[in-house]
Design a protein around this ligand. Structure first.
Ligand SMILES: Cc1cc2nc3c(=O)[nH]c(=O)nc-3n(C[C@H](O)[C@H](O)[C@H](O)COP(=O)(O)O)c2cc1C
Length: 482
């Protein structure tokens, strides 16, 4: 039996930066689904959770089980502020990862995913997964290592073609030194850009081999599924097939087109041929508008093992979204004004991104004009080759002049939002800025899927809000009916 065969029919999709954090993943896993933590920005998240005082002592509790206690102690003494930060005091920066993997930065990333997965796995036997983005390659090896030390059950990777993941995970499971080729813009055929990681150097004190989790590739085209399934080196254990209404990033449409309001539109060529996916022989889950019992039944009837759901979990009580933001969204949902647009410009990745048009967030033009462009987190920076063969990093959301100075096309900067700071703010850890820059705090950025049917119906059943378990209770009879 394949590794993915035992995974549940219902997957709670990974939602960055910390909308799907450990509390949500734990609730879903305890209620019978696959709970998935977001593995994006685990280093920063850990540092900020500790600076916020680690209320309840949850992080400190699980860090006791980490094999490298010397690094745990160093991290706590550097970041833990038991009383939290004084109002207005900015968070301390963390060491930034790049192609030259600084050991302290690599270690912080591994510790961050370890903490999230270990917390999500506490107190139940349900399976827990981690979501990664292929676009954020530089963090991938240490994020995987930390999660595997915490015995993560599945790894789900989207936003790109994750062809190196199976071998990378095999190597890490055996605690062997691993290498991951990295995409560098402008690289020539003579270049060989990659990052390497030796598990035993990164985490001294590691014991024997680690368990190899299941790997699900999140794709939006059957050709990609067929391509990945063809070789032992690239074959995942299963697929999540994500359609264009899904929250977060979406695959670009085959034919780039926008409607008269500037929204990206998808056409018949973007419809996935599920028979071709089924022909790979690997199990698959459907995502993007599969959050109701009828949609789940429909997915199962089309040969899918189950569904991956985001939006209704993002709006549930255990969501990592700041409570006041989630409540605003629930109000807009109730009064019919919730507006989610497929924005082709917002994300610096160049992929379409679903943006909720909510006042007070960075989608609000009056907030946008007040925000001074700054790039101080850098998860979505693209490595590029300089003329001398060295590697630089740039992001179309950084200040325009800096981007252009690094050889970036000025047109690329138009309409770009800072997803890193916006999503961190949504998750309740906004960077504070000096008042002279315009805003005293980074504004949030909200994303949801465009199919709101499931959310509306849950709201009718639970006018005061619903939990992750309520979602699974509502959907489960649809599994039994088949
Ligand atoms: C708030 C939010 C954040 C998301 N972030 C990510 C992410 O970081 N990585 C990812 O692969 N998918 C992300 N997604 C997509 C979900 O994992 C899931 O596939 C999608 O939401 C399913 O469609 P639905 O929203 O219609 O249920 C996100 C979705 C939402 C709603």
């Amino acid at each position: 039996m394949g590794r993915a065969e035992t995974l549940p029919e219902i997957i709670q999709g990974g939602m960055g930066v910390a909308v799907s954090h450990w509390r949500l993943a734990r609730s879903v896993a305890a209620a019978g689904g696959l709970g998935v933590i977001s593995g994006v920005g685990p280093d920063l998240l850990l540092a900020r959770m500790l600076q916020d005082g680690d209320p309840g002592g949850h992080v400190r509790r699980v860090l006791v089980g980490y094999p490298d206690q010397a690094f745990v102690e160093a991290t706590l003494s550097r970041y833990l502020r038991p009383e939290g930060l004084e109002p207005g005091v900015p968070y301390r920066p963390i060491p930034k990862l790049d192609l030259h993997q600084r050991l302290d930065a690599v270690r912080l990333t591994a510790l961050g995913t370890y903490a999230q997965v270990a917390l999500a796995k506490e107190g139940h036997d349900g399976p827990v997964g981690m979501n990664l983005l292929e676009k954020v390659q530089i963090w991938t090896p240490p994020a995987l290592l930390g999660a595997m030390i915490a015995e993560v059950d599945a790894v789900l990777v989207g936003a790109g073609v994750p062809s190196h993941l199976p071998r990378l995970m095999d190597g890490l499971a055996r605690l062997e030194p691993v290498t991951l080729p990295v995409d560098v813009s402008g690289a020539t055929s003579a270049d060989d850009f990659s990052i390497s990681l030796d598990p035993r150097e990164v985490v001294p004190g590691l014991g024997g081999a680690l368990r190899r989790p299941a790997f699900l590739a999140i794709v939006s085209a059957h050709v990609l599924a067929t391509y990945l399934a063809r070789s032992d080196d690239t074959r995942p254990d299963g697929f999540v097939i994500e359609g264009p209404t899904a929250g977060g990033h979406n695959a670009p449409p085959r034919r780039p087109e926008t409607d008269d309001t500037g929204q990206v539109v998808y056409g018949p060529r973007d419809v996935v041929d599920l028979a071709k996916v089924a022909a790979t022989g690997l199990p698959f889950w459907l995502a993007g508008g599969y959050g109701t019992p009828e949609q789940l039944e429909q997915a199962r009837a089309s040969g899918a093992r189950g569904v991956q759901i985001g939006t209704v979990f993002a709006l549930s009580a255990e969501s990592g979204m700041r409570t006041e933001l989630r409540e605003q969204l629930l109000h807009s949902l109730a009064d019919g004004t919730l507006d989610v647009r497929t924005d082709g410009r917002a994300s610096p990745t160049g992929f379409p991104f679903k943006v909720v048009q909510q006042a007070g967030t960075i989608a609000d033009p009056s907030v946008q004009v007040q925000r001074e462009r700054i790039c101080d987190l850098g998860y979505l920076r693209t490595p590029f080759r300089r003329e001398d063969g060295t590697v630089g990093y740039r992001c179309p959301s950084e200040p325009e002049d800096a981007f252009v100075k690094k050889g970036g096309d000025p047109d690329e900067t138009e309409g770009r939002l800072c997803l890193c700071n916006g999503l961190l703010s949504t998750a309740g850890h906004p960077q504070r800025r000096p008042a002279s820059t315009g805003l005293t705090e980074e504004p949030p950025l909200l994303t949801l899927g465009q199919d709101l049917d499931g959310a509306r119906r849950l709201q009718e059943m639970h006018p005061d809000g619903w939990s992750a378990a309520d979602v699974l209770t509502w959907l489960s009879p649809a599994l039994e009916r088949r």
